[in-house]
Design a protein around this ligand. Structure first.
Ligand code: DUT
Ligand code: MG
Length: 147
């Protein structure tokens, strides 16, 4: 497993993100808050994590919602999946939104999202006059139907 440099604020009560199970793809990320926050329906909030990371070149970290929070409380990441660029050195923050019809409370230390580290392919453009023909052609947006 590769090691990624990380600086975390107040580690004594803000543990590093961890994989919750042996084969989990994402590490759970905790809200770094001094007090609980309440999100009203459709309200969004930029939740601090206290985490500053230095990803290796050629990698990104994706910030994804947790399904339990989504189904039970309607809480999700608004920009899902969030992208942490390898050259970003600021605090990792989570854009949470409450899509339920009731106010939802987030407590300090709650596991609010998960981070998946992934390698990234970067490309250059090669301008051409035409691009290849396929059976799909320009069909998209459900053109193959549902069943
Ligand atoms: O959920 C997120 C998404 C992004 N970021 C940070 C890391 C990322 O590298 C930077 C920029 O994110 P993004 O490229 O998605 O936002 P942008 O609106 O394009 O901002 P910028 O112009 O700074 O790239 O913000 C987070 O902390 N959390
Ligand atoms: Mg950007």
């Amino acid at each position: 497993m590769s090691k990624v440099k990380v600086r975390i604020i107040n580690q004594s009560n803000n543990p590093l993100p961890e994989y919750a199970t042996e084969q989990a793809a994402g590490m759970d990320i905790r809200a770094f808050l001094e007090a609980p926050i309440v999100l009203n329906p459709l309200e969004r909030f930029l939740v601090p994590t206290g985490l500053f990371i230095e990803l290796p070149k050629g990698y990104e970290a994706q910030i994804r919602p947790r399904s339990g929070l989504a189904i039970k409380q309607g809480l999700t990441c608004l920009n899902s999946p969030g992208t942490i660029d390898a050259d970003y050195r600021g605090e990792v923050k989570i854009i949470l939104i409450n899509l339920s019809q009731e106010p939802q409370t987030i407590h300090p230390g709650d596991r609010i999202a998960q981070m998946v580290v992934h390698d990234v392919e970067r490309v250059k453009w090669k301008p051409v006059k035409s691009i290849s023909v396929t059976k799909r052609h320009d069909g998209g947006f459900g053109h193959t139907g549902k069943s």
